[in-house]
Design a protein around this ligand. Structure first.
Ligand code: NDP
Length: 440
């Protein structure tokens, strides 16, 4: 059986348990994003206050009445941001980048213009703020409405993608599990495009999700300034570390085109709704929490948290970049000053062609098979730590990310084992730990 016939296709088995799991996530996650908004905005980040309030049935009616609805202003802001990012994605020049060979043997082409688009977005944001074209503090006021509209748009897009993949796919890398529910959840297409060059996954994941994540904390900072007359250093550290992380992401965006999100996971609710709604709701939440908690840290504490946060972002980037350079030079570049050790692994595409990939055994990739997830988790801890430890809720993203990445390490191991067979077993013999050296 070839890789394309197994987990490598990304068309996961839509068995009853998986379908039930998908249904549970489909119905629970959109209201969860609004509950999270309520905890941070209406209950100042206290899950106890939120729980106690709802434990009294007399509060249910006023609670429902207090929930956000939709507004033209919020819809306009999202439409303007989405259109601006789409125009940048298409119009800003960049080198052509060839994505990895898909299970069906296709090779998507991208434009590598992430860093330019990131800086243009920040410049446009600050100019619009300075010249009062829009008030970023209003984004905080409208955040509940924004999440509602993103939820509606995200689900509509997933419906469109389900049918597009079935009836007019952009490439042969599309297919159905036979279950509409699971197709909607998981997606039908690997590389959906509008026309030849507008890549929908690049737009939802990188340009809406990640770019939105860079801007929203700055809007929350603007709200804190409006409320208190200044930005606390905890808010500044949180925004700066998140933005260094996002800059690092765009510096490595072409590497992202070779990861599981793009090369394996399909464009459905899990990925596209996740990037359009879950990212703005959950990933930005430490900064949302800080709006009502203008903590000023001592210079020593602020400096230590910032330095450790930057170090973790650097290690995570260095590991991703090491693998990217290693692969792009065909194993010729030195790793930590030495000739790298590696395995030349063979696998079969869906067309039955035999291809090879190099698996690095040195550097960060020799410590554990997914060691780079550790600095990713710690970076998120350090941009949350300025909120200190009075409330648990700001750490929700850290906890969620830890579960996500450990699950991802298992999924990726299973995918690579199916793809590479005995070569993956040989990699495991050299590097026995999945994530944490000597532990797991
Ligand atoms: P990974 O970086 O874990 O890449 C996995 C792929 O890399 C494998 O499927 C395999 O692909 C290839 N690979 C595995 N081992 C080796 C090796 N030894 N040498 C060469 N190639 C190898 O992908 P992720 O998408 O999980 O992570 C990418 C980045 O995104 C990380 O920095 C991660 O921390 C971050 N991330 C952040 C998330 C968030 O929500 N904040 C969520 C997920 C990831 P192939 O088929 O090409 O061989």
């Amino acid at each position: 059986m070839s890789w394309a016939e197994t987990a490598g296709t990304g068309i996961e088995d839509g068995g009853i348990l998986r379908s039930l799991g998908a249904l549970l996530l489909l119905v629970s996650t959109p209201p969860f994003t609004i509950a999270l908004w309520s905890i941070f905005v209406q209950h100042q980040g206290s899950v106890t206050s939120f729980g106690l309030y709802l434990s009294d049935s007399a509060n249910w009616r006023p609670f429902l009445a207090s929930l956000p609805t939709v507004s033209w202003e919020a819809a306009y802001n999202i439409a303007a941001f989405g259109a601006f990012e789409a125009i940048l994605q298409l119009a800003v020049p960049g080198k052509e980048f060839l994505g990895p060979i898909s299970p069906k043997g296709n090779r998507p082409v991208y434009k590598a213009n992430g860093v330019e688009c990131y800086f243009l977005t920040l410049v446009a944001f600050f100019l619009c703020w300075k010249y009062a074209v829009f008030d970023p503090a209003r984004v905080y006021d409208q955040f509940g409405e924004i999440l509602n509209i993103l939820n509606i748009f995200g689900n509509a897009l997933c419906l469109f993608l389900t049918f597009k993949g079935k009836y007019f796919p952009s490439s042969t890398d599309s297919g159905s599990t036979g279950s509409f529910l699971f197709d909607y959840f998981w997606g039908t297409e690997l590389y959906p495009r509008i026309g030849k060059s507008f890549d929908i996954k690049q737009w939802t994941n990188c340009r809406m999700g990640l770019m939105g994540w860079s801007i929203l904390p700055l809007c929350f900072l603007a709200k804190q300034v409006e409320q208190t007359g200044k930005a606390s250093n905890s808010m500044v550290i949180c925004c700066v570390l998140m933005n260094i992380y996002i800059f690092k992401f765009f510096l490595w965006e072409t590497g992202y085109f070779c990861t599981m999100d793009i090369a394996h996971d399909r464009a459905g609710f899990y990925l596209c709704w996740g990037c359009l709604v879950w990212v703005p709701s959950v990933y930005t939440s430490p900064a949302l929490h800080l709006v009502h908690h203008p903590i000023d840290l001592s210079p020593a504490c602020a400096g230590t948290i910032t330095a450790l946060g930057v170090l973790m972002i650097y290690i995570n980037w260095a590991a991703d970049e090491q693998r990217k350079i290693f692969r792009s030079t065909g194993g010729k570049a030195k790793v930590w000053g030495r000739e790298p050790k590696y395995i030349t692994a063979k696998y079969k595409t869906g067309k039955g062609e035999t291809k090879t990939s190099l698996l690095l055994l040195s550097g960060w990739w020799g410590i554990a098979r997914h060691f780079h997830y550790i600095p990713e988790i710690l970076a998120s801890f350090f941009w949350t730590a300025p909120a200190l430890f009075t409330y648990a809720m700001p750490y929700f993203y850290v906890a969620y990310l830890t579960i996500l990445l450990f699950d991802r390490a298992y999924r990726d191991d299973a995918r690579c084992a199916a793809k590479y067979g005995k070569y993956w077993e040989a990699y495991k013999d050299h590097v026995p730990y999945k994530v944490v050296p000597f532990v797991l």
